[in-house]
Design a protein around this ligand. Structure first.
Ligand SMILES: [Zn+2]
Length: 204
């Protein structure tokens, strides 16, 4: 089976509880102290086996790390692990998952190779919002319920608001419309990408 390590939690001695995103679910497994856990880091893609236990978590075994081409690029790995951490908080209590999330991470790995990681994450986040039916394209202010004319202030989860109704970063409406339509952040300059990224970091 293959999956992405979303999170690890140390328990007694050197054992670990390992959360893995597989194509169909988030698996909570138990890893007994093995020689070393070099292959058990959040963000890593692994091939693994589970040994079911009737009384406890399934045991994680035969772990094989599947590398990415950019895995030694520290900066990319830093952003990757930040994104994975957000994924964990978003999905940790979900048992059955659509394959969408696994496929999205696979796609991000490919795009990380060539593109600015923050742009990849901004694009991926838009797909998540749309997939989960949480993308607000109508630009009705979250605070006052009125239609927004002109610039849009975006809050956590890209909730739209008037500039005078909420305190956050604002964006040109026509750029957001293009972004939401084409699902591509190329319309934004690096400064705008930075702002979108900071909003995403507040939580998926
Ligand atoms: Zn308002």
């Amino acid at each position: 089976m293959q999956g992405f390590i979303l999170h690890t939690q140390s328990v007694k001695d050197e054992d670990l509880i390992v959360y893995i995103l597989s194509p169909k679910s988030v698996i909570k497994s138990y890893r007994f102290y093995g020689m070393r856990h070099s292959s058990i880091l959040s963000g890593y893609k692994i091939d693994f086996e589970l040994e079911e236990s009737s009384r406890f978590l399934p045991r994680l075994k035969d772990v094989l790390h599947i590398g990415f081409e950019w895995i030694l690029d520290r900066e990319k790995m830093f952003f990757w692990q930040e994104f994975i951490r957000l994924f964990y908080w978003h999905l940790k209590d979900v048992e059955h998952l659509d394959g969408f999330y696994f496929e999205l991470l696979e796609e991000c790995i490919k795009r990380f190779k060539k593109q600015n990681p923050k742009r990849v994450i901004v694009d991926a986040y838009l797909k998540i919002l749309e997939f989960e039916g949480r993308l607000h394209k109508d630009f009705i202010c979250f605070a006052c319920d009125e239609k927004i004319q002109g610039d849009i202030t975006l809050l956590r989860a890209f909730l739209p608001a008037h500039e005078h109704c909420a305190f956050s970063y604002k964006f040109e409406q026509k750029k957001l419309i293009e972004f939401y339509t084409n699902k591509n952040s190329a319309i934004f300059d690096n400064d705008e990408i930075e702002k979108l990224y900071l909003i995403i970091k507040e939580g998926l």
